[in-house]
Design a protein around this ligand. Structure first.
Ligand code: ATR
Length: 401
């Protein structure tokens, strides 16, 4: 069990955390279920009581074994060793989790936004203590989540060494609401799992997949710009995802990585009957491919329009549909690009069905609203595709396997 400790200015009554940490200048005192003194590892003499010997590195995550060795040599009689380092990438955080996996009882965490997953997953790696302020103004390290966020969004109190980790990879991931949706499902269905967002760039993918080997990951959502670049790392790709040429869901089973795509069906289910209608798709990335492929399968006339026309042409050739350098007449217009307004606003035609896959209010949809179009934002599609991901992770949908 991981105890929660809140940094506070003064001790206060609270049942949200187990310990409260008060700064005394040269050391910190932790009061609550137990009592500890937290000192910097460079302090020469240890105070009496249960001592936490702390190492902080606000610049990077260095060799963690070497840091631990250094702390042990400096203070062999510490009660706990605490290692807090800056995550310069998600890979640093995964390195921290690997380190914690082989060193239970170390208070280890990565600071910064990219280190949040180490704070959330602390109970999975039997970290004895994690810091989480009660209020925004009490935050005393970068990347800290409030105790209420840890407990209410990530059900921190019910995580344990059996918990499976799932998550989102992509760049950026901050706009995604996946952590809210998936964790809510895990909680209501009483599944021992937690979902975390991880910023991963295409050039980090190879190291990412080697890093998560032997960590308790059960599955991933994949977002831009990784939906295509992730494919070479997959052992078995679902025939639909293969035909689409993009993957948005990974499942890890018995040492193998399975890849699926839940975007296309989700978008088309939301759009309803598209048979014989003209659908203009803006963009030629992973989301576009899924929607185009599924729309063609449902007998819709698809035209691709993209900022880089060559990509539209190439994709149209691959999918067997049309492309255009300008926006042609349409019944339905879908924006799959990350641009808030990817076309001239005049090309949004009154009375048409206008959809954006984004889960924030884009200029594109605002203009459609002004023109009295049938406006569909990215939320219904998000929920549909996320439910399908849940089914895959729960083995309720096995795809082609
Ligand atoms: P996803 O996998 O979510 O579909 P992606 O693979 O990054 O995301 O695809 C992004 C698509 O949006 C591309 O087609 C891109 O156009 P280019 O092919 O010209 O790169 C398009 N896109 C991104 N930003 C855009 C912008 N500001 N205006 C217009 N199109 C944009």
């Amino acid at each position: 069990m991981t105890l929660l400790c809140a940094p506070v200015k003064e001790l206060q009554p609270s049942n949200k955390v187990d310990l409260q940490e008060v700064d005394h200048g040269t050391h910190k005192m932790l009061h609550g279920k137990d009592c500890y003194v937290d000192i910097d590892w460079k302090t020469k003499t240890l105070p009496t009581g249960k001592v936490i010997v702390s190492y902080h590195n606000y610049d990077e995550t260095p060799d963690l074994e070497a840091v631990l060795q250094m702390l042990k040599e400096a203070h062999p009689q510490a009660h706990f060793y605490k290692i807090a380092t800056m995550a310069c990438s998600t890979l640093d955080s995964l390195r921290m989790l690997k380190f914690l996996q082989s060193h239970p009882n170390i208070i280890g965490l990565c600071m910064g936004d990219l280190g949040m997953l180490t704070r959330i997953c602390a109970p999975v790696f039997q970290v004895p203590l994690m810091y989480a302020p009660l209020h925004e103004e009490d935050k005393n390290a970068p990347g800290q989540l409030l105790a209420s966020q840890l407990c209410e969004i990530y059900h921190f109190r019910s995580l344990n060494s059996e918990t499976k980790i799932l998550g989102l990879i992509g760049d950026p991931v901050y706009r995604s609401i996946g952590h809210l949706f998936h964790n809510d499902i895990f909680r209501t269905q009483k599944r021992n799992a937690v979902y975390v967002k991880m910023n991963i760039k295409p050039e980090e993918l190879s190291e990412f997949f080697s890093s998560i080997k032997n960590l308790p990951f059960a599955g991933l959502s994949v977002t831009a710009p990784l939906k295509e670049t992730v494919i070479p790392f997959i052992d078995e790709i679902d025939p639909n995802a293969k035909a689409i040429g993009a993957v948005n869901t990974l499942a890890f089973r018995k040492g193998k990585i399975y890849g699926y795509n839940t975007d296309g069906d989700a978008a088309l289910d939301v759009l309803g009957d598209v048979r014989n209608k003209t659908l203009v798709v803006l963009g030629a990335g992973g989301a576009a491919k899924a929607i185009i492929y599924t729309a063609i399968k449902r007998h819709c006339n698809v035209v691709i329009v993209n900022r880089t026309p060559e990509k539209a042409e190439e994709l149209a050739h691959f999918m067997g549909c049309k492309w255009s350098a300008i926006v042609p007449p349409y019944d339905i217009l879908v924006n799959t690009t990350s641009a808030s307004m990817p076309i001239d606003a005049r090309e949004i035609l009154p009375g048409k069905i206008i959809m954006d896959v984004a889960v924030y209010e884009t200029e594109f949809l605002k203009e459609a609203q002004r023109k009295g179009c049938v406006v569909i934002n990215g939320f219904p599609m998000f929920f549909q595709q996320a439910l399908a991901q849940q089914a895959i992770w729960e083995h309720r949908r096995e795809g082609g396997h």
